[in-house]
Design a protein around this ligand. Structure first.
Ligand code: SAH
Length: 490
């Protein structure tokens, strides 16, 4: 490779759902210095672009014109020439009506090293999530993908040829010409009863599937106010109604996840597994704090107040040359199941976990079971509140704190976030709410779902409409969202 020369990866982002990004695409994205993306790339995929990478939007945004194709090609050549690792991120697959071929031509002609990560085209992804198998035994032995783009204002399709194909016909970019399309097929002899479907915003939280026979499709689309991006499917397979995507517990919900980086990606995974669409915007970062390694002979209980505290505790142990066997006689307590799980991952079992996940509940539990001979070490964050101290004060045990980390605000770039398209903001700490309020003053795009009362108070303080989880755990927040989805009949 030429010295100092960068490289361009043409990456297909898939039709929207970030879970449909390929492993190859994801790996290229994580190493990118610059990401040049289109309008159709999903919010969830955009939120996977690493914090430090430069983002360039070359797609159409309401009212603004897209960057012309030649200029995009020149931009890619220039960026790679500057030695950068460039990801050219495109909706669906780069070569399916994505002009990826032209970009690859220009790059190779300029001597730029290139790689391609194919993507799941909407022609396959949106149909699959819409419950329409593109081929099916006895119904369709082939599928064909067309563009509805017109040439000089005319649909350039040979309808009599298409009508003979007997396979499933998929039209991209066809919403604007739907009436002409249907008329063309009817004139070419397809029966008005031929099953058809439209999948709008397929694979995203906003997915809609509209089914109607060919003769009634334009009216059905108009009635439903179908908008781009949507694809049109013509063929017998449309009579199968194999809807599965909408049945998932969080389907239809686009959720902003605003925690720390590690916390956000964990929560995003859980949301995706339940069919929701996570948009990740990490607002907080955790830093290790220096602290002396305790003399464990002085303590009878170690109480961990957060999952991150457990992780930072073990990093402190390593930095200080400690050994976990020093805690052999020390009882372990955890504030809740997540923290207990982090201890378990390290091979430690917390014998004391309160029924409710809160500092106060843990403090009360410890105050109740510790005597005057006990000394408790609280493993916690620099900024952790005093609830646990107040509760411990009612008991007989003495306690000290080991403050192993601090949480600081980070200021992520957020121009790419489509605030209007969100259903809920998820907050798992009052600190995240505060940082949100500082970064985006006055922004209240949708209701907030808060992990507990304290977080809820902070959100109400910003004038947000708030829902509060019944228990202060992430699974309980997700349960609440699933109930909301049912209530709203999404
Ligand atoms: N390269 C893309 C297609 C680009 S052309 C791909 O492989 O999917 C843009 C058209 O693709 C849109 O007009 C629409 O017809 C279709 N499309 C893209 N994303 C879609 C989605 N999520 N749901 C339905 N159709 C989509």
């Amino acid at each position: 490779m030429e010295k100092g020369m960068g490289k361009v990866w043409l990456v297909g982002a898939g039709p929207g759902d970030p879970e449909l990004l390929t492993l190859r695409g994801e790996r290229a994205l994580q190493k990118a210095d610059v990401v040049v993306y289109d309008r159709l790339v999903g919010q969830g995929v955009l939120s996977r672009i690493p914090q430090g990478a430069e983002k360039i939007d070359v797609g159409k945004r309401a009212g603004l014109h897209p960057v012309p194709q030649e200029e995009i090609c020149r931009m890619l050549v220039r960026l790679a020439g500057e030695g950068k690792r460039v990801v050219r991120l495109k909706g669906g697959d780069p070569f399916v009506f994505g002009r990826g071929g032209e970009e690859l031509e220009a790059l190779l002609a300029a001597g730029i090293p290139c790689e391609v990560a194919p993507g799941i085209s909407s022609a396959l992804g949106a149909t699959a999530y819409g419950g329409i198998p593109v081929t099916h035994r006895g119904l369709a032995r082939s599928f064909h993908v067309f563009t509805g783009r017109t040439r000089e204002g005319k649909l350039d399709l040979d309808f009599s040829l298409l009508a003979k194909l007997e396979g499933t016909l998929v039209f991209l970019m066809g919403v604007g010409v739907l009436p002409e399309l249907c008329r063309g097929f009817l004139q070419a002899g397809l029966p008005p009863a031929m099953p058809c479907a439209i999948v709008e915003q397929g694979t995203t939280a906003r997915q809609r599937v509209i089914r109607a026979p060919l003769g009634e499709l334009p009216e059905a689309a108009e009635g439903a106010r179908v908008q781009s991006p949507a694809l049109i499917v013509v063929g017998e397979v449309c009579k199968l109604e194999l809807g599965w995507a909408q049945q998932r517990p969080l389907a239809g919900l686009r959720l902003l996840v605003a925690r720390t980086e590690a916390g956000s990606s964990r929560l995003a995974e859980q949301i995706a597994a339940l069919g929701g669409e996570p948009v990740v915007l990490p607002l907080l970062r955790q830093e290790d704090r220096d602290a002396p390694w305790p003399d464990w002979g002085r303590f009878s209980v170690a109480a961990f107040l957060s999952r991150e505290g457990v992780k930072a505790f073990f990093r402190l142990l390593r930095r200080k040359g400690g050994d976990i066997r020093e805690l052999a006689q020390v009882k372990l307590a955890a504030v809740g199941p997540g923290t207990a799980e982090a201890l378990e991952e390290a091979g430690l079992r917390a014998g004391l976990v309160p029924g409710q996940s809160s500092g106060r509940a843990l403090g009360e539990l410890l105050a109740g079971c510790c005597g005057p001979e006990d000394r408790v070490l609280l493993v916690r964050a620099e900024e952790s509140d005093e609830d646990i101290d107040q509760a411990l004060g009612t008991g007989q045990a003495a306690w000290e704190s080991l403050r192993v980390y601090r949480t600081v605000a980070c200021a992520p770039e957020a121009d790419w976030v489509d605030w209007e398209g969100l259903d809920y903001l998820l907050f798992a700490s009052s600190k995240a709410v505060r940082v949100f309020g500082e970064l985006f003053p006055g922004l209240r795009p949708c209701p907030a779902v808060c992990i507990g009362e304290k977080t809820a108070q902070a959100a109400r303080g910003l004038g947000m409409e708030v829902l509060v989880s019944r228990r202060a755990t992430i699974p309980a927040m997700l349960e609440l969202l699933a109930e909301e989805k049912k209530r709203r009949r999404l």
